[in-house]
Design a protein. Structure first.
Length: 626
């Protein structure tokens, strides 16, 4: 047997090295076919995507795209994980959320979750969920020394904490047996509920609660730094990171002012972030968050062991849709994957029907099984920081950390988190980001499957029991689908009033090979606004009669550019004479050709990148749909 020497042996030795310049030349050729002229670095730049908060996603990353050293798992700056073993020993903590105000149903759901893979509980208490006095009933049969309980109590955190701690005493739990978090988050509550009051009193109460935990229940944390209010108000990943960092700093100041050491104060905090269906951005966000907090802890004088951030990931409610909610299973699966790979300690997967009301048993089962499948069947947690070393992920982590730090500094310059919440500066910044995001959603550059892409007008809506009203009065709660949801609601009302949905006549010119692509595009576009497409192959001689039979009052021409040049003017004129209130053409002709079509009767052109929401809203207006 011949033994090949290890030194200098490479399977790629027979192949010449490829250069970045060669790759750019190949990109130039592809772009030229699409009508874009760009050379060298400009060709690469043409494929880059700039995120709303600054970082740029490039089409190619190499060793030249270096980022600061990420360190090792479990060591500062904790980019690669807060523990040396990561989640490889037992996986991440599977934390299920419950907000059912009925203690009997809540207890039944809690026990079912714990028997089937959930490892900790997240309970919303007070007006937005379970009554505080019902905590013992909801937790009946739960082994509190085995299943950590995390509270989301809003402004009533003192009462909820005292009731849970009393329950620990009633069941005779030893001081160090219980784990979890009491959920005190005065600044998060201020963000949710608004108001101009100084949260100093609430911060002092939270600090006293932390001191009690240190003394009586050392396994329980007292405070949560919840970044969800900023994400759910339309904030970007960097804004979410910066706001969480500013909140954490405010809590450190309050805790140390109350007599806790910096290390003790750090140990009382758990950070909660949103996980979205952008898996790489989610991975980078959790890695960047640990790096940023490690820097704050270092400057504050904390020991290295205390600087590792405890993280709770929650799949984003902003991305959840009310139409075609089954697709939410895909979104939450990708979000869960991103959070787990990013190193989150606990992960909550929201049920797919979360946007419709209280989830049913099937939806809760799918939510908990999402983590179970990724952990037990995909073995996702068996590799520590699987994204580490990727030039793309490391660069994105660095850029996101810098953007988050810059936003944190902006908050501190304006007086800190409490000040910008009271004065409205944060709300304005988040609203500006959401407006830009909404523009991209309206233009379908941020597609929403089942809503703006591939909508199903015949789908039977799911019905769920209404959930308790969440805390309100402060920052708004937004959803990606809201603009399209308003359009669909108009269509639903029209259907209920007249027995039929508004219709659009799709005039398909020429053979299927010529019209299918644009007819499919147009059908998807109009259905996103609740407008039913009626597709009929026609020509100038037959279009008027077909349009009259369709029951539609608007029309859209669909075909290739070549057939448009031959037939579009005649067909558009025939549709106008047949009484069409508005005539569209699917495509983007330019110059004289566009003028000729417009003169013949085409009122508007629909194409990829156009503002779909504006077009659909105007169409419904033209149809008289209230």
């Amino acid at each position: 047997m011949t033994v090949l020497p290890d030194e200098g042996f490479s399977l790629a030795a027979e192949f010449p090295d490829a250069t970045r310049e060669q790759w750019q030349r190949l990109v130039e050729g592809v772009l030229s076919k699409a009508g874009t002229v760009a050379e060298g670095p400009a060709a690469e730049e043409a494929l880059s995507i700039t995120l709303l908060d600054g970082p740029t996603i490039r089409p190619l990353y190499t060793a030249d795209d270096s980022a600061p050293a990420a360190g090792h798992p479990g060591f500062a700056p904790f980019v690669r994980g807060g523990r040396p073993e990561g989640t490889a020993v037992s996986g991440w903590d599977v934390r299920q959320h419950h907000a059912d105000p009925d203690p009997g149903r809540a207890n039944e759901a809690v026990l079912a979750d714990l028997e089937n893979g959930v490892t900790s509980l997240w309970l919303t208490t007070g007006d937005a969920g379970l009554p505080i006095e019902a905590l013992p009933a909801a937790l009946d049969g739960v082994y509190l020394d085995l299943a950590p309980v995390v509270l989301d109590p809003g402004a009533d955190f003192e009462a909820a904490a005292h009731r849970l701690l009393a329950l620990h005493d009633e069941r005779g739990l030893p001081p160090g047996a219980a784990r979890g978090n009491l959920g005190a988050d005065p600044l998060g509550t201020l963000a949710r509920t608004g108001g101009t009051t100084d949260p100093a009193e609430s911060l002092a109460a939270a600090a006293a609660l932390a001191a009690r935990c240190l003394r009586d229940r050392p396994g329980i944390r007292a405070l949560t730094v919840d970044a969800l209010p900023y994400h759910e108000a339309g904030g970007s990943a960097a804004q979410e990171l910066g706001a969480a960092l500013a909140t954490g700093v405010a809590y450190l100041r309050a805790l140390t002012a109350a007599g806790l050491t910096v290390d003790q104060a750090c140990a009382q905090l758990e950070f909660r972030y949103a996980a979205t269906a952008d898996q790489f951005l989610t991975i980078a966000k959790f890695r960047a968050a640990r790096r940023l907090w490690a820097r704050v802890a270092e400057v504050s004088g904390a020991a290295t062991a205390s600087a590792a951030q405890r993280q709770h990931a929650v799949t984003s409610s902003v991305m959840m849709t009310r139409r075609d909610p089954w697709v939410n299973m895909l979104r939450t699966t990708v979000a869960c994957l991103g959070a787990g790979v990013g190193g989150a300690d606990s992960v909550t997967v929201l049920p797919f029907d979360e946007a419709l009301g209280l989830p049913d048993a099937f939806a809760r089962r799918i939510a908990r099984n999402t983590s179970s499948i990724l952990l037990e069947e995909s073995h996702l947690a068996r590799v520590i920081d699987p994204a580490g070393g990727s030039w793309y992920v490391e660069r994105l982590t660095d850029e996101l950390a810098r953007a988050g730090w810059e936003f944190f500094q902006w908050i501190e310059r304006l007086g800190g988190q409490a000040a910008i919440l009271r004065e409205g500066h944060l709300a304005k910044s988040l609203a500006d980001n959401w407006e830009a995001c909404s523009d991209r959603t309206a233009e379908r550059r941020y597609p929403i499957t089942g809503v703006s892409e591939f909508p199903n007008l015949t789908e039977k809506p799911l019905e769920r029991e209404p959930a308790p009203r969440p805390l309100s009065g402060g920052l708004p709660r937004v959803r990606r689908d809201e603009a399209y949801e308003r359009l669909r609601a108009r269509s639903d009302a029209h259907l209920a009033a007249t027995g039929a949905r508004p219709r659009v006549f799709l005039a398909a010119l020429g053979p299927a090979a010529a019209h299918t692509a644009r007819a499919t595009f147009a059908a998807n576009l109009f259905q996103a606004g609740g407008i039913e497409p009626v597709l009929v192959p026609v020509d100038a001689a037959t279009v008027a009669e077909a349009f009259a039979r369709s029951g539609a009052v608007i029309a859209c021409l669909c075909s290739s550019d070549a057939l448009y040049a031959e037939q579009a003017e005649a067909v558009a004129a025939a549709l106008e004479q047949a009484g069409a209130r508005q005539v569209f053409l699917a495509g983007k002709p330019r110059g004289e050709q566009q003028k000729a079509y417009a003169k013949a009767g085409v009122d508007e052109f629909v194409f990829a990148g156009g503002n779909a929401v504006a077009v659909l809203s105007s169409v419904l207006d033209r149809m008289g749909v209230a």
